[in-house]
Design a protein. Structure first.
Length: 132
């Protein structure tokens, strides 16, 4: 397994990707797959940021870039990015090929919500993985 196959979430069914008949279609589908995957990671990162902002709000601390903590955010982004491809495919089933072809905006929105939740609760997931 290479690093690209680890971080690829497999969001587009193989039937759709393999169904590309021309090189241009394959490149278009590969680009779409890359953009969807990058968007999912972006939503995870937004979840991390939202969790930190909510924690600051609950403490009564002003929400500024200095209070967010550069080091904490960097470590959180790295850890959540490493955890996401391990957890996401196990908690969320892949979109069926028929649904993908029919245009499943609702299904994709639910996937984005799960990705946001993953970012928001990355610390809880990390505590489940770490040995005690």
């Amino acid at each position: 397994m290479n690093i690209f196959s680890y971080f690829d979430l497999g969001l587009m069914p193989q039937e759709v990707v393999l169904g590309s008949k021309t090189k241009a279609e394959k490149q278009k589908r590969d680009f779409k797959r890359f953009m969807i995957t990058f968007l999912m990671y972006g939503v995870v990162w937004l979840g991390i940021l939202a969790q930190k902002v909510m924690a600051l709000q609950q403490e009564g601390t002003p929400i500024t870039w200095q209070n967010l903590g550069d080091g904490f955010l960097l470590v959180a982004l790295i850890i959540a990015t490493a955890l996401f491809p391990t957890v996401f495919p196990k908690v969320f089933v892949k979109m069926p090929a028929k649904t993908q072809k029919a245009g499943a905006g609702g299904w994709f929105f639910v996937q984005l919500c799960v990705a946001f939740q993953q970012g928001f609760f990355w610390q809880a997931l990390l505590s489940l993985i770490m040995p005690k």
